[in-house]
Design a protein around this ligand. Structure first.
Ligand code: G3H
Ligand code: 13P
Ligand code: ZN
Length: 319
């Protein structure tokens, strides 16, 4: 069942975070749905601009609709990840998305407000929620490159003003994470004081943590042992993810970890079975391994086991 991100966040706030997992193909969709249904967790299916053009946006949307039928017990929202204004407007017009993210965080504050507000007005007219971003994550984003040194944490005072001026429904905050597999080179960590202050100034307002892959070290070691070259890959610790999930972070974005599982499974499979050239045997292993990853991650986020409570909450909210 496709639901509003707003309701998912209301139910989660302060208790747990909903996993927002990026998908690009059928195998990821199957692994994700299986993992969430097995662990009885609500979730967000997240589609980037790149994912929409990898095969075709219509194919992705049709696969998600099909997964909804294959897994009737699943409760999830469909979300555009890191949209520009044009992509947001396209998703709003499609009527398929529960929410869109407008990422104008590379722009100066006033321009970010201006663009975000236009998207909010269009989205709200159709009952769609909007995630916006203030501050800049380190690492490389889809359309902007920010060096770690220049990364700009979200200013809590600016955050209240930004939410007031734009009317956005959730806020992606820069708190020390970055996208990709190389998040920390030294002893950097998350800035919980920033989360705490934003949550104090914007009580019960849903916050989003991007760049939240934990880059499991056993995955990295297995990839490297199977011929990969990922020296020094490092992610956010699961302790930090669990802590943020109880502090007002209601959505935790994960993409890189899924790619690592994919890479490890495929590298190992073809080394162990050099005679194989069929996509299905390895695809089956990936779906099963990705489902296991998702189940474990949902336990860390605290979303595992929340499915029936969310179902009840949504039923009552509809009355
Ligand atoms: O934050 C970006 C996401 O990881 C999406 O990555 O643009 O390569 O699909 P992508
Ligand atoms: P990771 O690169 O840490 O998986 O972050 C994904 C993300 O933030 C998608 O918006
Ligand atoms: Zn992101």
């Amino acid at each position: 069942m496709i639901v509003s991100t707003k309701l998912l966040f209301e139910h989660a706030y302060g208790k747990y975070a909903v996993g927002a997992y990026n998908i690009n193909n059928a195998e990821q969709i199957m692994g994700l749905f299986r993992g969430c249904v097995e662990s009885k967790a609500p979730f967000v299916v997240q589609i980037s601009k790149g994912a929409r053009s990898y095969t075709d946006k219509l194919l992705l949307e049709a696969m998600i609709r099909a997964a909804d039928e294959i897994f009737p017990e699943a409760i999830f929202a469909v979300h555009l990840d890191h949209g520009d204004e044009e992509t947001c407007m396209d998703c709003i017009a499609s009527g398929f998305y529960s929410s869109v993210m407008i990422d104008a965080s590379a722009e100066p504050f006033e321009k970010n407000v201006e663009i975000t507000k236009r998207v909010v007005d269009a989205a709200h007219a159709k009952g769609i929620a909007v995630e916006a971003e203030l501050g800049q994550l380190g690492g490389v984003e889809e359309h902007v490159s920010v060096s770690e040194a220049d990364a700009k944490l979200t200013d809590p005072k600016e955050a209240i003003e930004f939410v007031r001026l734009t009317g956005c429904d959730s806020l992606a905050c820069a708190i020390g994470t970055s996208h990709g597999a190389y998040k920390f080179t030294g002893t950097q960590g998350l800035h919980f004081e920033v989360v705490e202050e934003i949550a104090r100034l914007l009580p019960r307002f849903p916050l989003v943590m991007h760049g939240s892959s934990s880059v499991p070290q056993d995955e990295v070691e297995r990839i490297n042992a199977a011929g990969g070259k990922l020296p020094g890959a490092k992610g956010v610790s699961e302790e930090d993810i669990a802590k943020a999930s109880k502090m007002g972070v209601t959505k935790v974005n994960i993409d890189t970890d899924g790619r690592l599982v994919w890479c490890r499974v495929h590298r190992e499979h073809f080394i162990e079975h050099p005679e194989n050239f069929d996509l299905r045997p390895v695809g089956k292993v990936f779906m099963s391994e990705y489902s296991k990853y998702i189940q474990d991650k949902n336990k860390v986020l605290g979303s595992a086991g929340q499915l029936e409570s969310v179902r009840e909450f949504i039923k009552n909210a509809e009355v």
